[in-house]
Design a protein around this ligand. Structure first.
Ligand code: 16G
Ligand code: MG
Length: 542
């Protein structure tokens, strides 16, 4: 390591002194103007990680659904997964080292992680459409270059596309070709094969309106459009030509406000969906004939997909196990429906894709979705091999066709990460194959009314939780207070947890009516405020 060169280049990306940031569930995320040094240093860190794993590592510059002024960065590990936890700690140390200490901290990491500095390094870089992303990704490249890493800059790509590139490169092309063309071809081929039998039927289901959050999803869907146009026509809204990124639109807005996005014409009963700013989240929605808005969130997406997969498995008669992974935010009705009607086992993990992903790997087929629309389906290597073998060997036509469909589903899901484009194509294929309208899908079960609130406290870390964030451990007395409040309502449930991305405590409540869910959420917020050191005004509504 040329420490003099590192010191010299680092001075061009100086750290504002005293600034402390944490590598959280979604990497580093804050105002873009505070991130230049972090980008440079993540370029350095990516090189060390690449040398240590002897693999290609990804660096994605994005702040997903955050406002346009923010930005962020996350590293992608060799098989397209999130960065390993011990390296999240290294990332935090490196980002927070004061200027003069930085080279030493970098050396310490390479010693601690037993990095062979002689090893070659290869980094792939991607960025979203934020005005600050191009310059920040250049700072990543500066970091990579000063440590003599090789790199390929993919420029504007969705977060899942960058995960895909990393996965392809580390599996010597077996998973697919590491180009955008390769990505579009792989997905569209699987989609067209899966839906080919339905192509001559009604075309009522073939057009879909997509709210692209004024983000990268719009550019990439435009590129992909003609690959799938025979099976699906997408009409893009909030494509970034006018509006601001994530402003009053996109999956996060639609889910948290339970309202249609602005900038999208919605006629009654038309199928619509919303991506988030980096296209790794998707939710569906529609207006009914009375003009009421209906949200179809990650829970209902998981239900649709897992019921489809379960039917295919029954058809081929193989005992591959299937499990659904959710978080505490999953609507109680969805969990009940999955367990009691569909009879699939359901598991709950902490919030954050990496936790769900990890749990889903325990099954032959692991379906995971957060209610907010992050999710995918993972097939174990053994399940994949078995299914591919069955498509070749089965003689019975029906069984063979079912196996073939499962094979298409494997190819359609981006196994490296939840991907709004993949998810959209799978959902569209299932709706076509099962001849389901969006209303019929929505009617699988009725969501319990729910409410989310935020409470500001002096130090949100005073709240610790257990049981996948469903129970509070500290501060003492808070869980008992929540239990007492929950008892006052029917079909009720509530939990609180410190946010991993904002300086607030999040409160979730559900109950038999919207009024009751609101009132429970407010009462729980007040308990948090009183027992966990609330600051500022008492939560509203009292
Ligand atoms: C991040 C997570 C998301 C989670 C959210 C929770 C990833 C890629 N993203 O955006 O899965 O739902 O954080 O935010 O893991 P919160 O901790 O502020 O509630
Ligand atoms: Mg996102």
């Amino acid at each position: 390591m040329d420490l003099d060169a590192i010191t010299e280049y680092s001075a061009l990306h100086p750290k504002p002194s005293g600034l402390i940031l944490q590598y959280g569930t979604a990497g580093f995320r804050t105002k873009a103007e505070h991130l230049d040094h972090v980008m440079f240093r993540m370029g350095l860190l990516a090189v060390l990680r690449s040398k240590q794993t002897k693999s290609t590592i990804g660096v994605m510059v994005t702040a997903s659904h955050n406002p346009e002024e923010d930005n962020g960065v996350k590293l992608v590990d060799p098989l397209g997964e999130m960065l390993a936890p011990s390296w999240e700690e290294h990332a935090t140390c490196l980002a927070n080292a004061e200027e003069q200490d930085m080279p030493r901290v970098l050396m310490d990491i390479s010693v601690k992680a037993a990095v062979n500095l002689q090893q070659d390094a290869f980094i792939v870089i991607g960025r979203d459409t934020r005005p600050t992303s191009e310059k920040l990704s250049q700072s990543v490249i500066d970091g990579v270059t000063v440590l003599e890493g090789q790199f390929h800059d993919y420029g504007l790509v969705t977060t899942p596309q960058l995960h895909y590139m990393v996965y392809c490169r580390n599996t010597s092309g077996q998973y697919g070709e590491a180009t955008l063309e390769g990505y579009y071809q792989k997905l569209s081929k699987a989609f067209m094969e899966l839906t080919k039998k339905t192509l001559c039927s009604e075309d009522e289901y073939r057009s879909l309106k997509v709210d692209c959050a004024n983000g990268i999803g719009a550019l990439k869907l435009k590129e992909m459009e003609h690959y799938v146009s025979q099976g699906l026509s997408v009409q893009l809204f909030n494509d970034g030509t006018k509006g601001k990124l994530n402003h009053l639109c996109g999956a996060d807005f639609v889910k948290s406000h339970q309202k249609p996005p602005q900038g999208m014409e919605m006629k009654s009963n038309e199928r619509c969906c919303s991506f988030d700013g980096d296209a790794d989240r998707i939710v569906y929605h529609y207006l009914d004939v009375d003009g009421h808005f209906h949200l179809i969130d990650g829970d209902k997406i998981a239900t649709l997909i897992s019921s489809f997969l379960k039917e295919l498995l029954l058809e081929i008669g193989e005992s591959l196990n299937i499990g659904v992974v959710q978080t505490a935010y999953a609507n109680g009705s969805s969990t009940r429906y999955l367990e009691e009607v569909m009879k699939v086992p359901v598991y709950c993990t902490k919030t954050g894709v990496k936790h769900l992903h990890h749990k889903a790997q325990e099954f032959d087929i692991g379906v995971y979705f957060e209610a907010n629309g992050h999710g995918t389906v993972l097939f174990s290597k053994a399940a994949e091999t078995k299914i591919r073998q069955l498509t070749k060997e089965l003689e019975d036509e029906r069984r063979k066709a079912a196996a073939k469909m499962l094979e298409n589903v494997i190819d359609l899901f981006n196994q490296a990460a939840g991907d709004a484009i993949s998810d959209m194509l799978v959902i569209e294929a299932i709706l076509m194959l099962k001849d389901l309208s969006i209303q019929q899908w929505d009617a699988l079960y009725m969501d319990l009314p729910n409410r989310q609130l935020k409470v500001k406290v002096a130090d949100r870390q005073v709240i610790s939780t257990t049981d996948a964030e469903r129970q509070v451990v500290t501060p003492p007395g808070l869980q008992e207070a929540i239990n007492d409040l929950v008892k006052k309502y029917k079909l009720s449930r509530a939990f609180v947890r410190p946010s991993g991305t904002e300086d607030v405590v999040r409160v979730y409540a559900e109950a038999d009516s919207q009024e009751n869910a609101d009132s429970l959420a407010r009462a729980v917020s007040l308990a948090v405020f009183q027992l966990a050191g609330g600051v500022g005004e008492t939560p509203p509504g009292f």
